[in-house]
Design a protein around this ligand. Structure first.
Ligand code: WTA
Length: 665
């Protein structure tokens, strides 16, 4: 694993970057000592600490109990009542900041919109009324399958205003993937668009939804609301489909917010795990609200005049927490861009930074490596002097990419916050603070206040500094995932509370009771800095997209020609990891080039284009241990082109090798 070697290598590197004095002087946390005090207090006096932080928010009923922790089941701000849409919108408008821009939005073709906080509040209330008119009530589920347009955050906040639980499905997912998610969530309604722009082409979102719902495959869905975005031709089911404009027409721009219990589920977001079935991670209202807002403020060091741009898609957790909720809660201006970084040209991102005078820029290492390849002349041809802070997320950043980002994009002036977190954690857990933390390229550095990470061995004992182990989190934090969705969630006292308890416990808590298992490997160095190496389970990070190997495997075996498959990650210079699939075919079927292309295509159709294997090889048999376990480590070696057993291995040798290695895996 290239990333692992990089991180390990870098953990011995000596080049460090102190916070620039001017940055520190103006920062919310202005020194390392201030950070240490804050962190210490957050662990020693959580009640007092979170009282101060949470007092900044509007509560319909203030909380008196901070936490109920019956491991592994956590509740936060337990008896409080609030509404996240009020804290993201009404609060700012009522304080006289309604004219402030909430989003500068830029469509891929170059169309633009500027939406103020007052505009967004009106849109949200109107759409909330439209949802109400469709009969939706608190606790109902709505799936949002949309392009990156302002109506997406508006729809999310409209759901939140009513206590309706949204589940955003990334626009890159296929009909099959939509169907699975809609059915798991039992969604009553889907919001989509005719299409969305990507690299000059229309992604047929409405057609994908039609495909998911075909032949009555999603019996819970009563209605599909369709936003007109691209004007592409679509099929129409008059009994089911309604245009967004018609749904909101005549709806008042005033909708009182539901007073929701702190633990009311805010959303479900499906993420890949170690089995083929994606997990519906559930986040609860108040803890998520407080934690995403507070992390946004300190990590991106936000203040009123910032123009903040996170390039993620809202279909992933980064967009939920750090394009929508955490950012709007701070009342700053965000940038939203619909399309691809190389459309119409490879300097599109830098053109956007220049145009909107972006001050804080947050992206993924895979994007940075792509920019390196495209060449320095693109950023150098644009005025990037507005930038003051850079961030990365999604995978380990190799020090070379870090140094390029610092030098070419940040012009040596901007600290980089390398933020480690997960869909399950809701918000950033390990990160530098720009005015406080000395940076080491490739390290996510130190825990955020309230967070206590640890690197442990298989026996649960802390690993000595400098040695690899498993990253665990010692205590819950406000935006800990509450569970994995099952029917009945959100109805207090219902056995569905906390969802699929068995899977939740087994996935995150069983190995080390009372500690959250992240699934990542990490090293802590002698300064206490964390170097996250990557997943130790069977999930891959491909161009920043989290994909389960089991999901790709089940997509492959759903093809009639496939008998068995094994999917592993291979190092990739741009995407970090790429997908390598080893496939055995059913008797009598020949592994032709055509079939190879067809299977790749089939995975694209079943899961989404982003999940297609880059390498697909046919083999007579998969290498297995005597107990029948596929020897993934061996396959990873082969996929990486590494020498196996002293010789460059061909796949044909695998069964021999497997026999040689015995039960080693
Ligand atoms: C990886 C994305 C190293 C990690 C927010 C984690 C990282 C998985 C970093 C979660 C980082 C995320 N350094 N690795 N700064 N950030 N990861 O759920 O393996 O899509 O477990 O959430 O991404 O991916 P997810």
């Amino acid at each position: 694993m290239a990333a692992a070697q990089d991180a390990h290598h870098a953990s011995q590197a000596t080049q460090t970057f102190d916070p620039p004095p001017a940055v520190a002087a103006a920062a919310h946390v202005p020194s390392f000592e201030a950070y240490q005090r804050l962190h210490r207090r957050s662990l020693d006096d959580p009640e007092g600490f979170w009282r101060e932080v949470s007092d900044q928010f509007v509560w319909f009923k203030p909380w008196t109990t901070l936490q109920e922790w019956n491991p592994p089941f956590a509740k936060w701000f337990v008896d409080g009542e609030t509404n996240i849409s009020v804290n993201c919108l009404d609060r700012h408008v009522e304080a006289g900041r309604g004219d402030r821009v909430a989003y500068y939005w830029e469509g891929e073709p170059g169309d633009t919109r500027t939406i103020t906080y007052a505009d967004l509040l009106a849109d949200v209330q109107q759409f909330a009324n439209a949802l109400k008119a469709q009969g939706l009530r608190a606790g109902d589920r709505v799936v949002l399958y949309m392009p990156m347009v302002p109506e997406l955050p508006a729809a999310m906040l409209a759901c939140a205003r009513l206590g309706v639980v949204h589940s955003v499905v990334f626009g890159g997912f296929s009909s099959d993937a939509i169907r699975d998610r809609v059915n798991d969530a039992g969604a009553r309604l889907i919001v989509t668009a005719d299409g969305g722009w990507r690299r000059g082409r229309v992604i047929p979102l409405k057609a994908n939804v039609d495909g998911a719902l075909a032949n009555g495959a999603c019996p819970s869905v009563e209605r599909v609301i369709v936003l007109r975005r691209c004007g592409n031709p679509i099929d129409w089911d008059a009994a089911r489909d309604v245009w967004w404009d018609d749904a909101v027409a005549g709806q008042p721009a005033n909708c009182p917010p539901a007073h929701l219990p702190a633990e009311h589920p805010l959303y479900i977001l499906y993420t890949s795990g170690t089995t083929g079935k994606p997990k519906g991670v559930v986040h609860a209202t108040a803890g998520y609200m407080v934690y995403t807002a507070y992390t946004s403020k300190l990590i991106f060091d936000l203040r009123g005049d910032d123009v903040y741009w996170c390039t993620a898609d809202i279909g992933w957790v980064t967009g939920h927490s750090y394009i929508v909720y955490g950012i709007l809660a701070n009342g700053v201006t965000g940038v939203m861009y619909e399309g691809a970084p190389n459309h119409p040209a490879e300097d599109r991102f830098w053109a956007i930074v220049e145009k909107y005078k972006v001050t804080v820029f947050y992206t993924a290492p895979t994007a940075i490596r792509t920019f390196v390849r495209w060449g320095d002349h693109h950023p150098q041809g644009r005025d990037l002097s507005s930038l003051r802070l850079l961030g990365t997320v999604g995978e380990p950043i190799n020090p070379d990419a870090w140094l390029w980002y610092h030098r070419v994009i940040g012009q040596g002036r901007c600290p980089i916050v390398d933020t480690w977190w997960q869909t399950e954690t809701g918000g950033i857990l390990i990160t530098p603070l720009p005015g406080a933390t000395t940076l080491k390229p490739g390290s996510a550095t130190l825990p955020f206040p309230g967070v206590e990470p640890q690197v442990v061995g298989e026996d649960g004992q802390p690993m000595p500094d400098g040695q690899r182990g498993l990253l665990v989190i010692e205590r819950p934090w406000p935006s800990t995932l509450r569970g994995i969705y099952t029917e009945g969630w959100g109805q207090p006292g219902h056995p569905g509370e906390f969802g699929d308890r068995e899977r939740f416990v087994e996935t995150y808590w069983e190995k080390f009771p009372g500690r959250y298992l992240t699934g990542d490997g990490a090293v802590r160095d002698a300064d206490g800095y964390f170097w996250v190496i990557g997943r130790v389970d069977d999930t891959l990070s491909v161009a920043g997209h989290r994909i389960g190997t089991a999901e790709v495997e089940s997509a492959l075996v759903s093809h009639p020609a496939v008998a068995e498959s094994a999917v592993v990650g291979a190092p990739d210079p741009i995407a970090g990891e790429s997908i390598a699939a080893f496939v055995t075919l059913r008797g009598g079927i020949e592994g032709t080039d055509e079939l190879q292309a067809e299977l790749t295509q089939h995975v694209g159709q079943t899961l989404g284009r982003f999940a297609r294997p880059k390498l697909l090889r046919f083999t007579d048999a998969l290498p297995k241990t005597r107990s029948g376990k596929i020897m993934r480590r061996l396959l990873r070696d082969v996929a990486a082109g590494r020498e196996v057993a002293g010789d460059t291995t061909t796949l044909e040798d695998l069964s021999v090798l497997a026999a040689l290695r015995g039960d080693e895996e």
